[in-house]
Design a protein around this ligand. Structure first.
Ligand SMILES: *Cc1c(COP(=O)(O)O)cnc(C)c1O
Length: 417
């Protein structure tokens, strides 16, 4: 079993809590930079490698800035995500627009920013032409292999997924785009989510490289890049092994040298869109036990709820919990650790073995940095928490304040009652 450690001491977190009320999300700058550097190193063999961080995982410009400093860009699928990336100082070369069911005004913003436009469907070729009178100079298409490829639990099987072009549509789409004057081309896919097997990504590389060879030959175009999407998983459970990023990079390199180089199609740039693996393990939800309750089961009630992290309630996802200061005590109590929503699935852990917890104890919920704060909501009038950044020098910076009741009521007009 791997030890799930914390990047701060008990003294440090208690002193942070003295000035920042719980609950809050705390992100670890050093940890974020370290994953970025490992990912960049794993693909340093590629002519150009760029990871476009999937903004939806953790849409905070202060975190995007760190990611940009590490040479990465942003993968956006909405106008809000485009604006966040723009405000972070990213230009088009740093923005991948991988959207679906996209309204014209969002394409307009992406085109104005000079972003890479990644189409989800063949009908968006005439849609763009009709809206803007011409096509962008560069287009990328998203491939859905359907029954040719198995999926995984979170994203579902490709055949049932709403995303992408069929294989036949890809050939037709590139032909059409070429006819209509598009000069630069990319090919994208996004198949797995939270996948821990490095060979899955190597197989995705092989699949895209073979398609590049086929399409280049048949349609007579030259590809500038393939975009392998995201989906590198997080070892949420202590007994799971984090993805060997170096193996992913080396395995894809082998496929590149076997397929792309001999076909004379090098240099082909390699892009990815990983979000979760970068922020997930480097964000912590810090919360305090408010109550303990003993009925048919034993409950610990927290000041955080599913509005701060909904993955356990949404997918039954496991998130490790550390009781601060009790790391070495025996796990001799079994609790349901719950929030305050009037929804019985508002539970961070069900029948979890933990040390004895008392009201006032600080609990840290691990791996909450991706799809944590981002999925927050206001049901039951719950307010979203602050986000804090633990910086390299050990200091803490608030990078988003907590919501207030005024924020919650801002869209209501009480004067017209
Ligand atoms: C969510 C998403 C990603 C990122 O997935 P991670 O699991 O965060 O790596 C990348 N591309 C697209 C199109 C997505 O929807």
């Amino acid at each position: 079993m791997a030890i799930k450690s914390l990047p701060f001491t008990q003294h440090q977190i208690e002193s942070i809590c003295a000035t920042h009320p719980t609950p809050f999300h705390l992100y670890d700058e050093d940890g974020i930079r370290s994953v970025c550097r490992r990912l960049n190193a794993a693909f340093s063999w590629a002519p150009t490698y760029k990871n476009f961080f999937a903004v939806k995982a953790t849409p905070n410009p202060h975190l995007l800035k760190i990611i940009k400093e590490e040479g990465m860009g942003a993968d956006c699928s909405s106008i809000a995500e485009l604006i966040l990336s723009e405000k972070t100082g990213m230009d088009g070369a740093y923005i991948m627009f991988t959207s679906n069911e996209t309204p014209a005004n969002e394409y307009k913003k992406a085109i104005e920013l000079g972003a890479f436009i990644n189409l989800d469907d063949i009908t968006h070729i005439p849609f763009l032409e009709k809206e803007f009178g011409h096509l962008p100079e560069l287009l990328c298409f998203r491939y859905n292999p359907g029954p040719l490829r198995g999926g995984n639990a979170i994203i579902g099987t490709p055949e049932e997924a709403k995303y992408g072009f069929t294989r036949e549509q890809l050939f037709e789409g590139y032909r059409l785009a070429k006819e209509k004057g598009v000069k630069r081309f990319g090919l994208h896919t996004m198949l797995a989510s939270n996948e821990l097997n490095p060979e899955y990504f190597v197989e995705t590389g092989r699949m895209l490289f073979e398609l590049v060879v086929e399409i280049s030959k048949e349609v007579g175009i030259k590809f500038e890049f393939v975009n392998l999407g995201g989906g590198i998983g997080v070892a949420y459970r202590p007994e799971q092994t984090p993805v060997d990023l170096e193996r992913v990079g080396a395995g894809i390199r082998e496929q590149y040298e076997k397929i792309i180089t001999p076909a004379g199609l090098a240099p082909l740039n390699i892009f990815t869109e990983n979000g979760r693996v970068i922020l997930g393990p480097n964000g912590y939800l810090v919360t305090r036990a408010l109550h303990e309750k003993h009925i048919y089961r034993d409950y610990i009630g927290l000041d955080a709820c599913m509005a701060n992290l909904m993955r356990p309630a949404l997918y039954g996802a496991y998130h490790h919990i550390t009781v601060v200061g009790k790391e070495n005590q025996p796990l001799d109590h079994t609790y349901d650790v719950v929030g305050s929503l009037c929804e019985n699935n508002d539970k961070f852990a069900v029948q979890r073995a933990l040390p004895k917890i008392e009201a006032g104890d600080l609990l840290v919920i691990h791996d909450a940095g991706a799809h944590g704060h981002a999925m927050g909501f206001n049901y039951n009038g719950k307010l979203r928490s602050a986000e804090l950044l633990l910086q390299h020098d050990g200091s803490v910076k608030q990078i988003r304040r907590a919501e207030t009741l005024d924020d919650l009521f801002a869209t209501l007009d009480f004067t017209t009652l």
